[in-house]
Design a protein. Sequence first.
Lengths: 111, 115
Amino acid sequence: QKEVEQNSGPLSVPEGAIASLNCTYSDRGSQSFFWYRQYSGKSPELIMSIYSNGDKEDGRFTAQLNKASQYVSLLIRDSQPSDSATYLCAVYSYGNNRLAFGKGNQVVVIP
Amino acid sequence: DAGVTQSPTHLIKTRGQQVTLRCSPKSGHDTVSWYQQALGQGPQFIFQYYEEEERQRGNFPDRFSGHQFPNYSSELNVNALLLGDSALYLCASSETGVVTNEKLFFGSGTQLSVL
């Protein structure tokens, strides 16, 4: 079982719609959760961090965490063409003392 | 305030050669992590350096080695290059601390092509 799984294929959403991305993780002791955005050919950029169960909102982004289900998600509201990128889920466990990444989900926002 | 800087940006090598990649962390950061990102995949953890020592290591062979200098900058060395080593190599820095040390800031990466 992979440490962090993002299984959805490329996601195409119309401009102005909501994009929803999901991620599951295997280490129940994981304590910190992140979403990174990566444009093609560029390095990952941190856009959201979440540490406790529930929702965390930052602008058009909302991260949701459910530790019981070992599940973290990202919602992008009012999607813009500039949101077209790959979104990486990352999970940190103090036991491992390192950040583990999923393979990413590509989002394409169609004008 | 300079962010994380990596050099070179692109590199082409042939199989069997050796390569050294360099990284300077963000100001105030003392921990450097290296990741390998193959095309279409997420970054894979290679190792992390703190206080000039390798603190954590991922599932990479001994051909991958590193170093951290007193000014916190770091090098990644790869010996006996294989075609499969072709990837984007990312350096990320963070500051030591229970709460914040996992929040990574990435450099722009070095694209390594092995022919």
